[in-house]
Design a protein around this ligand. Structure first.
Ligand code: 13P
Ligand code: 13P
Ligand code: MG
Ligand code: MG
Length: 361
């Protein structure tokens, strides 16, 4: 899965149908040419999502080039002529150099041996950051109140192993659950810094989940939009069931992102049709697409949040959105100073610096 925001229609709300059309055409050509087995092109808000299957392994230069060239061509042939907003927003470098990692697009790659049945859920979110997956990944793979299989299924009973990335120091640490659950929580509760990148089943190291982890601002050294993240989770038969995976999204937890990437708001699960950010450029939202993979073919998508079972969650999300919106520019709705990415604050402080006087009384 490789994704990028290459221009919004309108503003940062969603993508233009012509962007989707051209991206599909590019991947269809790659499929006919034999480079990829299958693909699915979709959008989460203003992010263009390229889901691809192939047999070339992770970080393959040809696959990364296909994604990069697709983003560039969509930018040049659609986003720029139509003057879409932020054309080529996430393409941070001029020339492709073998791997899109660190060049702007988000990447979640998983090299697996297909099981006799391979149900997979692909999540894509807009107006938030990779840390948005910390809460649901913990619920899915470590919380027995969410995932009954941790207690009931002998194959899951040993627990799961989490790889956590320190996005500031660019380091990773691996922690086992349930044994090191409190250490894991101590890290991943600090969403501005620690992000879960991969999860394995402890018993046999089976790869269960992979998330995209990029911090565009750390690459570009300035605010360039949020790193709207993607996540791939394998399901069933000794892994969490589809329903246990989705259950983790029944609570619209608060994430960073929303307007100007500088606010806290609830993550609302929506259908593909509703993957469009409107109110205050949000609220942040997530889509879940299910696929039965067979010989690399993506049998799907099954639009999993297109279900009245999530209406209640959406309603709670809207109540929370309305509540927190009334805080306006006050924390904790607005992110703390250190995380404010679109900030005028340095300039305000510069202007006021001579007017700050010593406290005398
Ligand atoms: P599996 O063990 O076949 O994945 O089934 C679990 C289940 O019954 C889900 O509700
Ligand atoms: P995106 O990161 O989705 O482009 O959103 C940027 C923004 O400023 C929204 O208000
Ligand atoms: Mg955008
Ligand atoms: Mg976006």
């Amino acid at each position: 899965m490789i994704k990028a925001d290459v221009g919004g229609w309108v503003g940062h709300s969603t993508v233009h149908p012509k962007q989707l059309e051209l991206a599909k055409q590019k991947l269809q050509e790659a499929k006919e040419g034999g480079l990829i087995i299958d693909y699915f092109v979709f959008n989460a808000g203003d992010d263009l999502e390229l889901l691809m299957t192939h047999t070339r392994g992770e970080s393959d230069p040809e696959i990364h080039k296909l994604a990069w060239d697709t983003f560039v061509e969509v930018t040049e042939k659609v986003s720029k002529p139509l003057k879409l907003y932020g054309a080529g927003q996430d393409l941070l470098v001029e020339a492709f150099s073998g791997n899109v990692r660190g060049m702007g697009p988000g990447v979640a790659e998983m090299e697996i041996e297909e099981r006799p049945s391979e149900p997979v859920v692909v999540f894509a979110a807009d107006k938030t950051a990779p840390s948005a997956w910390n809460f649901p990944l913990f619920k899915i793979f470590a919380d027995p109140f969410n995932t009954a299989g941790l207690v009931i299924d002998p194959k899951m009973h040993d627990g799961f192993r989490f790889e956590v990335m320190d996005t500031l120091e660019n380091k990773v640490v691996t922690l086992d659950c349930p044994e090191e659950m409190y250490d894991l929580l101590a890290l991943i509760g600090s969403y501005e810094r620690y992000v879960i990148r991969r999860v394995w089943r402890k018993a046999d190291n089976l790869l269960a989940a992979v998330a995209s982890v990029t911090r565009l601002s750390l690459i570009a050294g300035r605010y360039v939009g949020k790193d709207d993240p993607v996540l791939i989770v394998r399901a069933q038969h000794g892994l969490p069931a589809i329903g246990e995976i989705l259950e983790a999204f029944s609570f619209p937890h608060l994430v960073e992102g929303w307007m100007r990437g500088s606010h806290v708001g609830p993550l609302m699960p929506v259908s593909l049709r509703d993957a469009k950010c409107t109110r205050f450029d949000g609220p942040p939202r997530v889509v879940a697409l299910g696929f039965q993979v067979h010989d690399g073919v993506l049998e799907g998508p099954n639009d999993l949040f297109a279900d009245p079972a999530f209406n209640y969650t959406r309603r709670v999300a809207q109540i929370v959105a309305d509540y927190i919106r009334r805080m306006g520019p006050f924390e904790p709705h607005r992110l703390p100073m250190t995380e404010m990415e679109y900030t005028t604050l340095p300039r305000v402080l510069e202007r006021l610096k001579d007017r700050f006087a010593a406290v005398t009384a």
